[in-house]
Design a protein around this ligand. Structure first.
Ligand SMILES: [Zn+2]
Length: 287
C-alpha cells in the first residue's frame, strides 16, 4: 500500500540520511526501482512529472500500475507515489487519482500567490492523508519545459512557506535539473544552512541530484536535506545500456528483438543506479 512521504522523511532527517525520489517513465522503470528498494530494505519515493504522467496514459494508469506492482511483487518497504513539480490543477488531479504525495511548484508565482495556492493545496492534500512539498526559489535547468536559472532561495520566504504546513520543502541552493555545466559553481551550503536555521525540523529536498559530487551530497544531508531527486541519471544509464545492446547487434541475434530482452539491460542499469544512490544517501536498511 502506498504511504505518504511525511513519516519516512521525518525519520530520515532525524536519522541523518536521505530518501531518494526516483522518477518513473514506464513499467521497466517502476519495477526496477521497487525491486531495488525491497532488496535493500530502503524506503523510496516514486516521482512522476506531469509530462511523464501524460506519457504513461494519465494519473489513473500510473496509480493502477504502481499499486499492482506493490501487490504482485510483494513490496513491503514504504513507497510514496509523488507528483513532481505539479501545477495547481495537476495537484488536484493526482489527489483524486490516488497519489500519496504531491509537490506544488509555485516558484514561478509571486510569493503572495505561491502562499495563497500552497495554503489551499496543503488543506486539500492533508484532508486526504497525502504529503505535500513546496518549492521556493526556482531550481535551474529544464524539466518538462519548466526553465529556471538555479537561483538561491530567500530563507525568509522558505520560512513563510514552511509555516503554511507543508511536509517538506525544496529550496533552490544553486542546484539545477539535468546535467551540470562545466562552469557550475557548486551547491550553496551557506543558503542551505540559513534555510535550515529558519525552518527547523522540516525535511528539505534537493532537486537535480544527477551529477552532484558525492561529498556535496553528504554535506547537504548533514545540513537537513532528507529527500534527493534523481531523474536524469537513470535515463542516461538506461540509454547507455540499451545502446550497447543494439550496437553489439544483440537485437539481431535469435529472439533478441523481444522487448523483454531488448529492455532488460536498461532495466538492470536502472537497478544499479538506484542501488548506488541509496547507498550514497544512507537509506539502505532504513525501511
Ligand atoms: Zn525538480
Amino acid at each position: 500500500m502506498l504511504v505518504s512521504a511525511t513519516e519516512m522523511l521525518k525519520k530520515a532527517k532525524a536519522g541523518h540520511y536521505a530518501v531518494g525520489q526516483f522518477n518513473i517513465n514506464n513499467l521497466e522503470w517502476t519495477k526496477s526501482i521497487l525491486l531495488t528498494a525491497q532488496e535493500l530494505n530502503s524506503p523510496v519515493i516514486l516521482g512522476v512529472s506531469e509530462g511523464a504522467g501524460k506519457y504513461m496514459g494519465g494519473y489513473h494508469a500510473v496509480v493502477g500500475m504502481v499499486n499492482g506492482l506493490l501487490q504482485d511483487l510483494n513490496i513491503t518497504v514504504p513507497v510514496a507515489l509523488h507528483l513532481d513539480h505539479g501545477s495547481f490543477e495537476g495537484c488536484y488531479k493526482c489527489i483524486e487519482a490516488g497519489f500519496s504525495s504531491i509537490m506544488f511548484d509555485g516558484s514561478h508565482y509571486s510569493i503572495e500567490e505561491n502562499v495563497a495556492k500552497t495554503t489551499e493545496l496543503v488543506k486539500a492534500a492533508h484532508d486526504k492523508g497525502l504529503s505535500i512539498e513546496a518549492e521556493v526559489g526556482s531550481i535551474g535547468g529544464e524539466e518538462d519545459g519548466v526553465v529556471g536559472m538555479g537561483e538561491c532561495a530567500d530563507p525568509d520566504e522558505c520560512k513563510a512557506i514552511a509555516d503554511l504546513g507543508v511536509d517538506f520543502l525544496a529550496a533552490g541552493i544553486g542546484n539545477i535539473h539535468g546535467k551540470y555545466p562545466e562552469n557550475w559553481k557548486g551547491l550553496s551550503f551557506e543558503t542551505l544552512d540559513a534555510v535550515q536555521r529558519k525552518t527547523g525540523e522540516l525535511p528539505l529536498v534537493l532537486h537535480g541530484g544527477t551529477g552532484i559530487p558525492a561529498d556535496m551530497i553528504k554535506k547537504a544531508i548533514t545540513l537537513g536535506v532528507a529527500k534527493i531527486n534523481v531523474n536524469t541519471e537513470c535515463q542516461l544509464a538506461f540509454a547507455a545500456a540499451t545502446r550497447k545492446y543494439v550496437e553489439e547487434g544483440k537485437d539481431l541475434q535469435g529472439k533478441g528483438f523481444d522487448p523483454r530482452k531488448l529492455l532488460a539491460p536498461g532495466a538492470e542499469a536502472i537497478k544499479a543506479t538506484v542501488k548506488e544512490k541509496m547507498e550514497l544517501f544512507g537509506s539502505v536498511g532504513q525501511a
